[in-house]
Write a protein that binds this ligand. Structure first.
Ligand SMILES: Nc1ncnc2c1ncn2[C@@H]1O[C@H](COP(=O)(O)OP(=O)(O)OP(=O)(O)O)[C@@H](O)[C@H]1O
Ligand SMILES: [Mg+2]
Length: 234
């Protein structure tokens, strides 16, 4: 099976070379653990280094904020945007009453954008916001499942972010998000220590330990050789 390189230094080594093509991976973590930075880097590196156009779909932060963030890392995003290799799309506020209808509309819009650009990578940041809009928690699992299947059908590899409560055994707010995706990567921050742990990755003999990572001016950097003890994250 072909592997899609994450582009995050140190991460692909923990994943037998990268993500499986067309798979969906949940990036889980508490506030400020690096979910947004890691997932923007995935689409940026895809466009810049692997010639794979990408779309970053934001549900919370405005597009301007995300562009600003990316430029802050001295990533050369403007030319990629002009070449239609990189797009940031902000989903409008969905009214829980019109959820079903608005959901279909948004899925169609995303599919059209993917077609237009020939996008191979997609980020949805965050599924927590998405779940809150639904108003009804029983719909979250089937809707997220549907979303990840749609992304697979259009041959895109996707990262979905999820807010997770503190502690090492919970990966999402609603407790269903991690079951819907093919993989789960958990991010932790116990200042000053940041750590990354691959909780699951279907079809992959992935690494099984938490590893330290840093956020630097060039983005996320994982150290695949070093290990972080669980005790130090508690
Ligand atoms: N240029 C930088 N250099 C080093 N660290 C940085 C830099 N920019 C941001 N950070 C760190 O990254 C954190 C924000 O990361 P990010 O926005 O990806 O978190 P998040 O998990 O998406 O948070 P949220 O749950 O609020 O959306 C900041 O709080 C800061 O600690
Ligand atoms: Mg974020």
């Amino acid at each position: 099976m072909a592997r899609v390189k994450s582009g995050i230094p140190g991460l692909d080594e923990l994943l037998e070379g990268g993500f499986l093509e067309s798979s969906s991976v949940l990036i889980s973590g508490g506030a400020g653990t690096g979910k947004t930075i890691l997932s923007t880097e995935f689409v940026y590196k895809g466009a810049k280094e692997y010639d794979e156009p990408g779309i970053y779909i934001t549900m919370e932060e405005g597009a301007t904020n995300i562009w600003w963030n990316m430029k802050n890392f001295k990533w050369d995003v403007t030319s990629l945007e002009q070449e239609n290799m990189l797009k940031i799309y902000k989903v409008g506020m969905i009214n829980p009453q019109d959820f079903a209808q608005d959901f279909e509309k948004e899925i169609n819009k995303i599919k059209n954008m993917v077609d237009d650009m020939g996008a191979k990578r997609i980020v949805i940041d965050s599924t927590t916001a998405f779940g809150m809009w639904m108003g009804n928690t029983s719909k979250i699992r089937p809707s997220l499942f549907r979303l990840s299947e749609e992304l697979k059908d259009i041959d895109t590899t996707s990262l979905l972010t999820a807010e997770a409560p503190e502690g090492k055994n919970q990966f999402s707010r609603f407790g269903v998000e991690e079951f819907v995706t093919d993989g789960v990567i958990a991010l932790y921050f116990k200042p000053p220590q940041r750590a990354m742990f691959i909780r699951k990755m279907r079809g992959t003999d992935h690494d099984k330990k938490p590893h330290p990572f840093e956020i630097t001016s060039s983005g996320v950097q994982v150290d695949p050789k070093q290990e972080v003890l669980w005790e130090s994250l508690e």
